[in-house]
Design a protein around this ligand. Sequence first.
Ligand SMILES: [Zn+2]
Length: 303
Amino acid sequence: MVIIFFFLLGIVIGSFLNVCITRIPEEISIVSPGSHCPRCKTPIKPYDNVPVFAWLWLGGKCRACGQPISPMYPIIEMSTGLLFVGALLDFGVTQATVKWLFFTCLVIVLTVTDLRVRLLPDVITWPGFAAGLLFSAVVPPNDGFARFLGYRLFQARLPGYAAGILDGLLGAAFGSFLLFGLAKAYKAARGREGMGMGDVKMMAMVGAFLGLRGTFLTILVGSLLGSLVGLAVVLALYAGGWKSGLAKRASTRGLGTENGLRWAIASQYQLPLGTFLGIGGLLIVYATPVVAARWAIFRGIIG
Ligand SMILES: [Zn+2]
């Protein structure tokens, strides 16, 4: 029963996240007007606005104009529903679940917005950073760094909420400085912007929720994932003859060999780093309890 409730709650909230994802970059209100077809502007009737299911029984088409509706909507609703169930299984009905579900919602909006329009809006990252610190006061990142610093610097035991906030601040500082450094290094090496301040602010938000260790792992997993997928995309573009006409014209003007130019053009293709950082962050949050449980069993066996 609780699982079904979490799933239904997740798909309903997922449909609200869709509204945020489509409206925030356009800078229109997320409250009014009500949902309407993006093509013919016809308001969507309440029974056609049911998450996931409406898309299925409408066959992915608008009832008024018959134009296709993006499968992005049901995919995001479904993913949110499944992540809600995942959080319940990982953390039970606890304050930790509230924290990680809030984090999940922010990350879904950022991840998809960066993928669609290469933007990480400030209206998500800044309030997200503040919310992360507040949540860390109640459900601290299990780091212990702040406690350790408290002992070393003041020979005092920090109260739980202070240690949680400090761990969040440490994570935020670490994440944003590391991303800032990476952005500078990338620009120096490749001569163009590879990541922007949006990524820096996003990592401040992620750090406030996850603390130092989680932030480090998020950047590690996210950039590894981004590099692998990025390489695969560039290879696919090259193999698929992306912009080969352009390369051919350039090579007839003596700018280089056609294949060399095709590779140069394909490797300019940019993937949104924020998307991969977001996926990395969710992986860390949802996999950590599973790994910790396995590790406990493993230690039980060998000990
Ligand atoms: Zn329509």
